[in-house]
Design a protein around this ligand. Structure first.
Ligand code: GLN
Length: 191
């Protein structure tokens, strides 16, 4: 059985553990560098990205997480996780890993629609947004996987997938399957 880590310092990591269980993948909580050893993939969950950054520094996880991504193993980064994975973060600006060639603006959907549900432009993917970032720029190294109203909401670069939304909070497992399971064929078959 494959083992996928879920960064468990802050935020919504428990629903990702449940989603991985649905895939028949063993989930392992990651709180310190040693927890990364032997993992086949990693989830960076939603939450508060500034708090997560501070906890990552405090746990000495910054270098090990970066090395994990550079090793080419799959990573699924949702919402705050996407913010951590982005090349550039605004509103407010903060540090990030730069694994995904995107610029994101935090909390950018406006007050009235801070949290909302929608469906992707194609493929009928349910989208849950919670004080979500907006992907403002997609650079040449990244590809758009999913759009809503024409805007990119899920992107990938190599084995790293970043989602502005929360696929773990829906019953649709296609994003987790693409990240850690049978790959793109599952998406095409289901859409
Ligand atoms: N608003 C959060 C941030 O800026 C992200 C929200 C989420 O992960 N649901 O970090």
């Amino acid at each position: 059985m494959r083992r996928v880590g879920v960064l468990a310092l802050q935020g919504g990591y428990a629903p990702h553990e449940a989603a991985l269980a649905d895939l028949g993948v063993e989930a392992a909580q990651v709180r310190r560098p040693a927890d990364l050893v032997g993992l086949d993939g990693l989830v960076l969950p939603g939450g508060e990205s500034g708090a997560q950054l501070r906890l990552i520094e405090r746990a000495d996880l910054r270098g090990p997480l970066d090395a994990f991504a550079r090793s080419g193993r799959p990573i699924l980064a949702t919402c705050a996780g996407l913010i951590l994975a982005a090349r550039r973060v605004t509103h407010p600006a903060q540090g990030s890993f730069g694994w995904l060639d995107v610029e994101v603006e935090r909390n950018a959907w406006g007050r009235q629609v801070e949290s909302f549900e929608a469906e992707s432009d194609e493929g009928g993917l349910p989208l849950v947004f919670i004080r979500a970032p907006r992907i403002r720029v997609v650079g040449p190294a990244a590809q758009v996987m999913v759009r809503w109203r024409g805007e990119p909401v899920v992107v990938r670069q190599g084995a790293v997938i970043g989602a502005a939304c929360h696929p773990e909070l829906t019953a649709d497992r296609r994003i987790h399957v693409i990240a850690f399971g049978q790959g793109e064929s599952a998406w095409r078959a289901a859409s």
